[in-house]
Design a protein around this ligand. Structure first.
Ligand SMILES: Cc1ncc(COP(=O)(O)O)c(C=O)c1O
Length: 436
C-alpha cells in the first residue's frame, strides 16, 4: 500500500505553513490550493450567467457542469444527473424532505439517529407536517467501564422497522463519536427486514459529512437512495453535494424547482435556483487533490474504474496515517491516570479502522471540568484550534446517561490527514496542563 507523504499534502494548504495547528477539521477543513485557484479563475475570467450562447457563457456553463462529474466519482454514483449542489448539507436534506413531501402519508414512519440534526430535523419536520411518526435509533453503551462509549447496533434498528417505514436516516460516521457505521451491512439488513415485513417503499438517506474526509463513499455498493456530504470538510469550498438515486428521482422525488423548468427526472428537481457557480467549479479541485496523494495503482481490474481505484488507494493511505494520529491522542486520554482523573471518551475508545480521528471527551466525577474550560486553556496558549459544544448532535448528547450539560457538550479534537504526529504531541502536552 502506498503511504502518505504528509509534507507534500501539507504543501497544498498555505495556512498550515503558519504553524497554527488546525484541529477543528470536523467543523471545516482547509481548502486545497487547486480549489482556491479554480474559484479565483472562475470569478476573474468567466463570471457570467450560464446557458447563454456567447463564448464566455459557454465556458462558464461547461465549468459548472464539471462539478457533478467530479461529485459522481466521490459518491461512486451512476450519473451526473443524480447529483444536486446546495449551499449546505442541511439545506440539501431539507430540500429533499420538501421534494418527498407529496408522497408522504399520515402514519408513515421515519427512523432517525439523532446524530447531527441535518439528517434528523428535516424528517422530524416532515413527519410533523404530514402526520408521520418519528422513531429513534439511539447509540447505546458498548463498554462496561464508560457509559459514554456508545455506538449504534443493527439489532436495535431492526425492531423499529414496520410495514409503515418510509425513510431510514443514518450517518456513515458520527461527528462526535468518530465511529464508522458499516453502511452496507446496515442497509442490507434493513432491506431484508423491510421486505420480510412487507414494507415496500423504504428509502435510506445517509449523512456522509463526517465520513467523507476519511473514507471513500460508495452509494452503489451501499445500495442507498440519498447521500450527502459537505465539500468544505473535504478540502473544498463551502457548499454541499447530494446524491439522489435515479430510481428515486423517477418514483419518489417531486420537483421543488420553478414549475416551467424542464427538470425531467434529474436531480435538478431538488436544486431550486442556481448554486454558487464559482464554488461548484471550485469543487472540481478536490478529486485531483485527493488522487495526487498517492501514485495510481499499478494493477486495476478491467471492470474497475481507474479513478475509483486511485481514490481507494488515496483513502487507504489517509486512513493509515490517521491511525498514527489517533495513537498518541487516544492513548493519552484512555491511560489509567486519565480515567482515574475522570476523563471519558464520548465514542469509540479503541484505535482501529472502524474509527476516524475525531475524538470527543468529557471530564466527570469529583474532579469534573467543563468542556469550555479545557478548551479555554488551548485558546489562551494560542496557535491550536479545538472546540467544545454539542456540534449540532444535540439529541445524541442529550440522550447520554449519566446526563451531560448539552450546552457545554464535549471537548472535540478533530484531525485529518494533513495533521502530523508532532502536532498531536503538542495537543497532548497542552491537554496535560488543561486537565491538571
Ligand atoms: C455529521 C454532520 N452532518 C451534517 C452536517 C451539516 O453540514 P452543513 O454545514 O453542510 O449543513 C455537519 C456539519 O458539521 C456534520 O458534521
Amino acid at each position: 500500500m502506498a503511504s502518505l507523504d504528509v509534507s507534500k499534502a501539507r504543501a497544498s494548504f498555505p495556512a498550515l505553513q503558519s504553524g497554527f495547528i488546525f484541529a477543528d477539521n470536523a467543523g471545516g477543513s482547509q481548502a486545497a490550493r487547486g480549489v482556491v485557484d479554480r474559484i479565483s479563475d472562475y470569478l476573474l475570467n468567466t463570471n457570467v450567467q450560464l446557458g447563454a450562447d456567447y463564448s464566455v457563457s459557454v465556458v462558464s456553463t461547461e465549468r459548472v457542469a464539471s462539478g457533478p462529474d467530479v461529485a459522481v466519482k466521490l459518491f461512486n454514483a451512476s450519473s451526473p444527473s443524480e447529483i444536486v449542489y446546495g449551499s449546505s448539507s442541511t439545506l440539501n436534506l431539507e430540500n429533499l424532505a420538501r421534494g418527498l413531501e407529496p408522497t408522504i402519508e399520515a402514519g408513515d414512519e421515519f427512523i432517525v439517529t439523532g446524530e447531527h440534526e441535518a439528517n434528523t430535523g428535516p424528517w422530524k419536520k416532515l413527519a410533523a407536517r404530514r402526520g408521520g411518526v418519528i422513531k429513534f435509533w439511539h447509540p447505546v453503551p458498548t463498554s462496561p467501564n464508560n457509559p459514554y462509549s456508545v455506538a449504534t447496533r443493527i439489532e436495535d434498528l431492526l425492531p423499529l422497522i414496520t410495514v409503515r417505514t418510509r425513510i431510514v436516516a443514518i450517518s456513515a460516521c458520527s461527528n462526535i463519536l468518530g465511529s464508522i457505521v458499516p453502511v452496507k451491512e446496515v442497509v442490507q439488513a434493513v432491506r431484508e427486514d423491510a421486505a420480510a415485513k412487507g414494507a415496500m417503499n423504504v428509502e435510506v438517506s445517509v449523512d456522509c459529512v463526517a465520513y467523507a474526509p476519511h473514507r471513500r463513499i460508495d452509494v452503489r455498493d451501499w445500495d442507498v437512495d440519498y447521500c450527502v456530504f459537505s465539500w468544505y470538510k473535504v478540502y473544498g469550498p463551502h457548499c454541499s453535494a447530494m446524491y439522489v438515486r435515479s430510481k428515486a428521482l423517477q418514483t419518489s422525488v417531486t420537483s421543488i424547482a420553478h414549475h416551467f423548468l424542464p427538470v425531467g427526472s434529474t436531480a435538478y428537481k431538488l436544486q431550486p435556483g442556481g448554486p454558487g457557480y464559482e464554488l461548484v467549479y471550485g469543487t472540481t479541485g478536490v478529486l485531483p487533490y485527493l488522487i495526487s496523494l498517492v501514485p495510481p495503482p499499478t494493477k486495476v481490474a478491467s471492470s474497475e474504474d481507474p479513478t475509483i481505484a486511485h481514490l481507494d488507494a488515496a483513502f487507504s493511505a489517509i486512513a493509515a496515517h490517521e491511525q498514527e494520529l489517533l495513537k498518541p491522542l487516544l492513548g493519552f486520554l484512555t491511560a489509567p491516570e486519565q480515567i482515574e482523573r475522570g476523563v471519558r471518551i464520548v465514542g469509540t475508545e479503541q484505535i482501529g479502522l472502524s474509527r476516524v480521528p475525531t475524538v470527543s471527551f468529557v471530564v466527570v466525577g469529583p474532579k469534573a471540568k467543563r468542556s469550555q474550560d479545557i478548551v479555554e486553556v488551548f485558546d489562551k496558549k494560542g496557535r491550536v484550534g479545538i472546540r467544545w459544544g454539542h456540534f449540532y448532535a444535540y439529541t445524541l448528547i442529550d440522550h447520554l446517561e449519566p446526563k451531560l450539560d448539552t450546552t457545554d457538550g464535549v471537548v472535540r479534537i478533530s484531525l485529518v490527514h494533513y495533521n502530523t504526529v508532532e502536532e498531536v504531541q503538542r495537543i497532548v502536552e497542552i491537554l496535560k496542563e488543561a486537565l491538571l
